[in-house]
Design a protein around this ligand. Structure first.
Ligand SMILES: [Zn+2]
Length: 491
């Protein structure tokens, strides 16, 4: 046995119990009973701690490592037709700093939004990014091809499926969406045929464009107006359209970073009548309401969609415990402070996004589990298991079971400590959570049997993450899962 974890309380989406775990060749080979230990076995005592499956965060933005020398992250000046792509590629973290933040935050699989460069087919962007990430990442990764145009893209879906992709992504918030909506629906139809899930950013471009224009004309351009520039009804109507596309095609959709009660209700009703709709939300919509946008530093809290009302916040928490929301993923899109507040930054130029890879699990645990809003099993479900299932990588990822990858987090339910963003691994230069009380977090993070983070330090050594390909024949996957408390558990 390469690694044995003793005495921890093993928690999956459906079970919990104290059991030892044996790891060999990067996989879990035994749960419960007497796990054999020899001279070369590394033993980790997890007594008094939880052992949970590593987080599966299917929504991150890490820049591939080709930002030109001399141009800082966040500072790329876009030119010509490539402006949009170059601009969105300029996040503060690459696969080195981003994967370090993930490991330190208890996340062992990341799903990166993968943008094509000009003239590059989506499958080429996936292959290029996979090479980069395989050198730089210390956690495993999934790559989501992002389509900034739909023209000719339905024909590319088969190639993407053959390359091991489990998804495509597009944005309804871009001005080009409406002109190409018919082509996007063709992409969605083809994706469903090929077993891919389509990730959709749901905000209506016309509404957002019009309302933003009105605010600019009236001189209301300070970032404190950001919430008004992207109203909740723009999200609700986009979700309604996306749901209708899913209904028309029968193809599954995954609504990224859903933020509001009305949109959630539309998705929930669709699901109740059998439309294949999955819903993701994001930490900021659970942890902050729209009043955070009001201050002078309101720009720091800007994401797309924007922060919503206190009623929306509580509706999302209910969605996590009572159904309707499948996953909490970071949308880790780290910007720098100067791009979010300060001179020249207004509602049309503020950089959306923030770092959350290192903070999502500890904060969801603190605000969710410790405050009794969700159970520990639900915490595992929404941060790991559901994402692995939706994206076709379960039970390789997303659970603690014999045969699964040994992606494990030893979680310490600790006394409250004050959070200090300056000690984190992201290259962003601010945190929304400085001074917040945090009541627990990962002490050890294990990726395919290798300890990559331990006691506050990255210890990955030569270990590198791998591209996780969609499982084939996953229809029987559920039957292969051996739960704690089942036949394999002798306690
Ligand atoms: Zn995103």
């Amino acid at each position: 046995m390469d690694l044995v974890i003793t005495g921890g309380e093993v928690i999956t989406a459906g079970s919990r119990g104290i059991a030892d775990i044996g790891v060999s060749g990067g996989r879990i080979v035994q749960i419960g009973g007497d796990v054999p230990i020899d001279a070369s076995t590394r033993v980790i005592d997890a007594t008094g701690r939880f052992v949970i499956p590593g987080g599966v965060d299917m929504h991150v933005h890490l820049s591939p490592a080709y930002i030109p020398a001399g141009v800082g992250p966040g500072g790329v000046t876009p030119t010509g037709d490539q402006a949009l792509v170059d601009d969105v590629l300029a996040w503060a973290d690459d696969f080195v700093s981003g994967s370090h933040a993930a490991a330190a935050g208890g996340i062992t699989t990341i799903g990166n939004m993968t943008f094509s460069r000009s003239g590059e087919a989506p499958v080429e962007a996936v292959e290029r990014t996979a090479r980069d990430a395989a050198q730089d990442s210390i956690v495993d990764f999934v790559l989501h091809p992002v389509l900034l145009t739909a023209q000719g893209m339905a024909e590319q879906v088969e190639q993407l499926a053959a390359a091991g992709c489990s998804s495509v992504k597009f944005f309804m918030m871009f001005d080009s969406f409406d002109a190409e909506a018919g082509d996007y629906v063709k992409v969605l139809a083809r994706a469903g045929e090929q077993g891919l899930v389509t990730m959709i950013h749901c905000e209506d471009a016309c509404v957002v464009g019009h309302v933003t224009g009105q605010l600019v004309a009236a001189g209301h351009t300070h970032p404190s107006n950001y919430g008004r520039s992207r109203p909740a009804y723009a999200e609700a109507m986009a979700v309604a359209r996306a749901v209708a596309y899913a209904e028309a095609t029968g193809s599954p959709i995954y609504i990224v970073h859903l933020s509001s009660q009305g949109a959630l209700e539309i998705a929930r009703q669709a699901r109740a009548r059998g439309v294949p709709v999955f819903v993701e939300t994001r930490p900021i919509y659970l942890l902050f309401d729209e009043t955070y946008l009001d201050g002078e530093d309101g720009g720091l809290y800007v994401g797309n969609p924007p922060l919503r009302s206190a009623e929306d916040v509580s509706a999302l928490w209910s969605g996590l415990s009572g159904g309707g929301i499948d996953t909490v993923c970071t949308d880790h899109a780290p910007s720098l402070k100067a791009d979010k507040i300060g001179p020249g930054v207004d509602i049309t130029t503020v950089a959306p996004g923030m770092a959350d890879l290192e903070t999502m699990l500890p904060l969801l645990y603190t605000e969710g589990v410790r405050k009794g809003r969700i159970t520990m099993e639900q915490f595992v479900e929404v941060t790991s298991t559901n994402a692995a299932r939706i994206f076709g990588i379960y039970p390789q990822k997303g659970t603690v079971a014999v045969g699964s990858d040994a992606d494990l987090v030893i979680w310490d339910p600790a006394e409250p400590t004050s959070f200090d963003g300056s000690s984190t691994h992201s290259r962003t230069d601010f945190s929304l959570y400085d001074g917040w009380e945090i009541e627990g977090g990962p002490v050890t993070t294990i990726s395919r049997g290798a300890v990559v983070y331990d006691a506050g330090e990255i210890v990955a050594g030569e270990f590198r993450g791998q591209l996780v390909r969609k499982a084939t024949g996953s229809a029987t996957a559920d039957n292969q899962t051996i739960h704690i408390g089942g036949d394999n558990d002798e306690q």
